[in-house]
Design a protein around this ligand. Sequence first.
Ligand code: GLC
Length: 612
Amino acid sequence: MKKYFILLFAASLLLFTQTSCNRASANKKSVTWNSLEELVSQMTLAEKVGQMTQAERGDIREGDIKTYFLGSILSGGGSTPAENTPEGWVDMTNAFIEESLQTRLGIPVIYGLDAVHGNAIVLDATVLPHNVGLGAIAAGDSRRGAEAAYSAGFITAEEMLATGVRWNFAPVLGVAEDIRWGRTYESYSENVEIVTVMGANFVRGLQEGGAAACMKHFLGEGQTIDGRNQGNALLDRAGIERILPPYRAAMDAGAISLMPSYSSINGIKMHESKELLTGLLKEDMGFEGFIISDWAAFIQLSGGSFKAQIANAINAGVDMYMATNGRANWMMFITLLKDLVEEGIVPMERIDDAVLRILRFKQSIGLFDAPLTKKAGTVGSDANRTVARTLASDSLVLLRNENNVIQKLPAYRNILVAGHGANNIGMQCGGWTTTWQGMHGPVTKGTTILEGIRSATEGRAVVTYDEDGKADGNFDVVIAVIGEDPYAETQGDRASLITGPDPDHVSAEDIDTLRNRSNQINIRPNDMDMLWEAYGYDCPVIVIMLSGRPMTIGDEYLHWDAFVAAWLPGTEGAGIADVLFGNRNFTGRTPYTWRKTINGEILYPFGYGLTK
Ligand code: GLC
């Protein structure tokens, strides 16, 4: 018995220290509080509404955080400090937090961003395979997949904390069921079980690494008609239940923030669905964390005015608004929400509930106790790149291997490497890298597929590179790298481009460009030209595909002696050569059903892949 008293005393001593520590750190001023509930009761309406407001780093001026009590700042895709280094990020985030500590209550601001495949926005950070590739690992072996997701989360957290950022708008828990959806690569798979295992393990890795996850985008984003991003999904109760396991598992793994989807279910926008955000998520599923909206998502809602849209979303259960349509917009949000409360349209109880959830989140990630980052860390370490390279290797899926040509690779002495993707870090990484949409070319530090092949065959083979596949000479084999241009979100849609995405998201000329693209996810014209050059050599052709989803290749594969899906492998392209020339088995399997054309004949079923 005595032992338990000692434990109990130690625990209460710890609790007192913790509480007093909370009081001291968050209340340098006269205000003291013993619990978050008590803190909320001390807050003015302006302080409460400020906590519910998130602004983009480019939309605030010095003094705004202090004047408006802003609760959170974010980086949108590609939004970096002038010095895009860990030191530059720590200086920026610390400055925001220090300003928030100067407010009456000293509640620290929380900084968030999308580190969806490593903290890829930071120059020369380790960029991991996108989720589609990690899903390919899981489709081959669920346990290896779980380990891969955990490692991805842990490394991502390390390289986030190195920059002073603790909150990650990840993982995507959507189950992509139509590959025309531009966010297919952010999903792990069409298979609910894979998404469930991968999402929960990513959350565990991320949070055990010291950062906080944000489950997204709740709910039904992968079930929209024709795969249209932000479209409408027709789901009955059973259809909703079927896609809930990833969220239940991620909550069990400790995730306590969540982002609704822009999309709708049965014509009701998720951001204003009280039935699903409050009824299902907060009440039935017992979600005690907080709901952050998506980017300026309120302006898509019903109500006919921004004020009505705010009321609809907050009363539905959204707790913080990502108010990212400029400085005037977040200021307008604050003014209108205060008016809504004073007019009784948004009850104070709803505001108090939202603020308490936000403060609970901040406390749980230690923001009250240690709000500032003492010293910038490093990104892109050799150790992390080694893990990323292994994940790239493990994600490869061998779909075709005629006459065991892969096994013959190490014996070849004259190799032609061709294709725009062969020497292209940006194409390996895809969207959500140093820029939102991603870009071709040497966007950040890493190794290309070509560099990996040269290194793996050094002293054994002559490797010639010609992007167009037009080099003179006699070759033992051609390795042709094809794939998708980088993209993110609606810009990656291949179904909705006929109608065009929301003009507020994409400029008029971009819409024309996007509409001109085929609504097939087919091989790009310059890749086709290169392939026909490659077929002209009297030797086998091995095709490697860099894509965020299965591409619609028709019967073109019949010209290919071997075909490897590499997905979006990230910065460590050398991981591809490790398998091709390493006499290693292929462990990945396709996480998506692969059809010859959109909704056409199945070429490779879900889970297919050769070992060698
Ligand atoms: C984007 C995405 C969301 C992301 C947010 C902040 O529009 O839909 O996934 O977390 O904005 O960048």
